[in-house]
Design a protein around this ligand. Structure first.
Ligand code: DGY
Length: 502
């Protein structure tokens, strides 16, 4: 169980009291957490208290809010106080989606803080460093990355990216509270999001096939997934690179739950090579040892273009180019990453032209794309329901093929269940006409967290919490699931037309 207790039931100020102010030029620096809204009424109707923990869905809601409050830091939410004390890019997207349910102002503030570290070339760093956190409290910190101050007011960050989930988050926050402030936020974010997409679709199209490549496993967010094993075999695991460098993660988390030292040797070597090459993106396959097209990263890239189309419509910009781009990316995912032998998508090693043989959950995530060809969607749903991934009422989808010899139920992305991925799959199931399965998956996620706490990830057989406790995106996405009981919290028909292009 998470050790975060419930909060008092008195914090029930409505979000409308916090959204009147015009958006500031940047994040505010007040230390006072903004107020929170009430939970949705009748949350527990027809849903009994958990037989082991006695917790109701109401308890779950309050505890999720308490996790996010405890992890709020100045102008952003840390993923975890112990393991990840700065701001992470795709975490910020998922966290703000949950914050939008309880405090849209804080959701906007959180995402804005991330974009203050955006580079002039459009890239959004995978970590934004909090100057108040000591270098020894996270490795590798700012002195490792050596990113210069790129413009006045630029926050310190890394030089690598993470999956582009931010346009989806911006659209989700807006549609939860479509008021004047949110409209102003849409206008602030739109050009920045477009720049981020442009960077990925131009500078990172290393394979020249219309997809973005990642140049580091950390860019995938699925750091040690077996999806990278084949491509990483080209990178020497020279433990010498760790000499004089101290991993912080293994001091605050179980060693068996984290990537190995061999993984870290490769991670550090790749980051150093990119850094020492000036973070240049020209001739990536020639100058870089790891250049990979990831199905999840590119599915989010396509979904982001759909979200941008919706945003463009609201602020009076032509959504057409975004929809066209979304279709092209979806088509490229299908042409380049589909494996007819396995019936799912796989990571492509751009340097060798080979698909990874590993069946990883990242290959199911294109299910979030409404324009995925129907036979592909059907194949992915069949795979998700098969013994390899095992969607069931009892347990959400595992991060790796449960039948693989090297399936590891506790080691990070090599087997455990992750809530963000299942949240995406839940949307995919719903959008591809499987509302019953989406509802079942939603229940499985809620039951898992209610039983085990707001962990970073979960043992895919026992359901025990693994990794960091009190993890922000788990809490945030639980709020989103709780606030959307049917999983059918739909956009208006006009917005839907922009999003789906129909
Ligand atoms: C970590 O520190 O484990 C991160 O995943 C790298 O971004």
């Amino acid at each position: 169980m998470s050790n975060i207790g419930t909060t008092t039931a008195t914090e029930t100020l409505d979000a409308s009291t916090t959204t009147a102010a015009a958006p500031a030029a940047g994040p505010t620096t007040t230390g006072t957490p903004p107020t929170l809204t009430t939970r949705p009424a009748a949350l527990d109707a027809g849903y009994p208290a958990d037989s082991v923990t006695g917790q109701t869905l109401d308890d779950l809601w309050h505890m999720a809010r308490a996790v996010l409050d405890a992890n709020w830091s100045h102008n952003h939410t840390v993923p975890s106080r112990t393991l990840y004390p700065h701001q992470w890019s795709w975490d910020a997207a998922f966290i703000s989606i949950g914050l939008a349910r309880v405090n849209p102002q804080r959701a906007w503030q959180d995402l804005r803080s991330l974009f203050l570290a955006q580079w002039p070339d459009g890239r959004v760093p995978h970590i934004v460093f909090d100057p108040n956190v000591a270098e020894r409290d996270y490795f590798p910190g700012p002195t490792f990355w050596q990113v210069p101050r790129l413009r006045p007011g630029h926050s310190d960050g890394t030089g690598i990216v993470q999956p582009p989930a931010h346009a989806i988050a911006v659209w989700e926050i807006y549609r939860r509270s479509p008021d004047d402030r949110s409209l102003a936020e849409l206008r602030w974010f739109y050009p920045r999001l477009v720049a981020a997409q442009d960077y990925l679709l131009t500078c990172r199209d290393a394979g020249r096939g219309g997809l973005a490549s990642i140049v580091h496993p950390w860019e995938s967010g699925l750091d040690n997934s077996p999806a990278w094993d084949a491509a990483l075999s080209a990178v020497p695991a020279d433990l010498g690179v760790l000499a004089g460098r101290q991993r912080h993660d293994n001091r605050v988390a179980a060693v068996a739950h984290r990537p190995t030292d061999e993984d870290y040797a490769r991670f550090v070597a790749l980051a150093l090579a990119y850094r020492d090459g000036g973070y240049r993106d020209d001739d990536l396959p020639g100058r870089h040892d790891f250049v990979v097209e990831c199905p999840t990263f590119n599915a989010l890239l396509s979904a982001a273009e759909r979200a941008l189309a919706a945003i463009a419509t609201v602020i009076g910009v032509d959504p057409g180019p975004h929809l066209a781009r979304a279709r092209r990316i979806t088509q490229a995912i299908d042409e380049r990453l589909w494996n007819p032998q396995t019936g799912m998508y796989h990571a492509l090693d751009v340097r060798t032209g080979r698909l990874s043989p590993a069946r990883c959950v990242s290959g199911l995530v294109p299910l979030i794309l409404p324009d995925l060809p129907a036979p592909r969607a059907a194949a992915l749903m069949a795979m998700a329901e098969s013994a390899r991934f095992g969607i069931s009422a009892a347990m959400p989808v595992a991060s790796y093929d449960r039948t693989a010899d090297d399936f590891d139920p506790v080691r990070y992305w090599r087997g455990p269940v992750w809530i963000n991925i299942n949240w995406l799959l839940c949307r995919g199931l719903r959008d591809h006409g499987r509302p019953a399965q989406a509802a079942q998956l939603r229940t499985a996620m809620l039951d898992l967290v209610r039983r085990s706490g707001y962990y970073e990830y979960f043992h895919p057989v026992t359901g025990d919490g693994v990794g960091s406790a009190a993890f922000s995106w788990t809490a945030a996405l639980v709020l989103d699931l709780l606030a959307d009981p049917e999983g059918l919290d739909e956009v208006t028909s006009d917005q839907a037309a922009a999003v789906t292009g129909r």
